[in-house]
Design a protein around this ligand. Structure first.
Ligand SMILES: Cc1cc2nc3c(=O)[nH]c(=O)nc-3n(C[C@H](O)[C@H](O)[C@H](O)COP(=O)(O)O)c2cc1C
Ligand code: SF4
Ligand code: SF4
Length: 255
């Protein structure tokens, strides 16, 4: 089974690519997390978890899901992380989760995809992202082949210092910096409601024809990037930057 969490479509694109190649379906974990009905999976085949790298580790939405859901003991699990540069301590984080859950860790891999963190980093124009996406397609093929053959993915050993420092930074970042105070809809807003639909945590409502952000944000950047009229800003961090519409931009950016 292939599960994915995705803010702006990169991880969905990768999950669907792997699913196509190994002949399975890719399932969005928000199918379960939105209803809070804890799934208890009985499939004894291979599990593949695909999500973005947030603060040098798999997005917490995904690690929380794996810790929360039920899986048969001893099943094989792969972690595939999409990132702008590096999956950081993903191998160790995901292997520890597998130990906790009684799953057999089959390794972790990163697939480089376009940067989506418009609040703090530089996003690129559609054309500039094409190269990155083409290389990613080759990586999807390569990694899918390894998964299909039941091979263990080679990953680097994460040392104790790198692990604890990164984990500490990550914890502080999630607690103190993944806030919504800086999100604002400008006068360009046409009250279409798309931001409410694309938020994977259902954290946005429309009040008086304007989006209002709640306090459950994981900074996935779906709302700000996918607004059809680019009406959302994140303080001064996003001003003047191209919105990242996802790897399928030009085809469809809808979930
Ligand atoms: C909150 C946040 C944190 C991120 N942290 C990292 C990171 O530590 N390393 C990295 O290479 N990319 C990082 N990125 C970039 C994303 O991992 C990358 O663009 C990813 O492919 C987005 O996937 P998605 O479209 O499925 O949401 C971060 C993005 C966000 C929004
Ligand atoms: S997606 Fe953009 S235009 Fe639509 S309601 Fe949200 S902020 Fe307004
Ligand atoms: S509010 Fe925006 S950035 Fe936060 S989780 Fe929802 S879509 Fe992502």
């Amino acid at each position: 089974m292939i599960f994915y969490f995705s803010g702006t479509g990169n991880s969905r694109f990768v999950a669907k690519g792997i699913a196509r190649t190994i002949g399975q379906e890719a399932v969005d974990i928000t199918t379960y997390t939105r209803t809070m009905e804890r799934p208890d999976f009985t499939d004894t085949g291979v599990y593949v978890f695909v999500c973005p790298s947030y603060m040098s580790a798999p997005a917490r939405a995904m690690t929380d899901f794996v810790e929360w859901a039920g899986f048969p003991q001893g099943v094989k699990a792969y972690f595939i992380v999409t990132c702008a540069a590096s999956m950081g301590i993903t191998p160790r984080v995901s292997s520890e989760i597998c130990d906790k859950k009684g799953m057999k860790f089959m390794g972790a891999e990163q697939i480089e995809m376009p940067q989506n963190y418009i609040a703090h980093f530089t996003t690129k124009q559609v054309e500039e992202n094409i190269d990155i996406i083409e290389k990613a397609e080759n990586e999807i093929e390569r990694i899918s082949g390894l998964i299909r053959n039941g091979e263990v993915l080679e990953c680097k050993k994460i040392g104790a210092v790198e692990y604890s420092v990164t984990k500490w930074v990550r914890d502080v970042y999630y607690k103190d910096f993944m806030k919504t105070k800086k999100f604002k809809a400008t006068d360009k807003c046409i009250a279409c409601g798309k931001c409410t639909k694309v938020c994977p945590l259902s954290n946005i409502t429309i009040e008086n024809k304007r989006p209002v952000w709640g306090d459950k944000c994981t900074h996935c950047m779906a709302c700000i990037n996918q607004c059809p009229v680019d009406a959302i800003e994140y303080g001064k961090g996003s001003v003047g930057k191209p919105r990242y519409k996802g790897p399928e931009a030009g085809k469809t950016s809808e979930k």
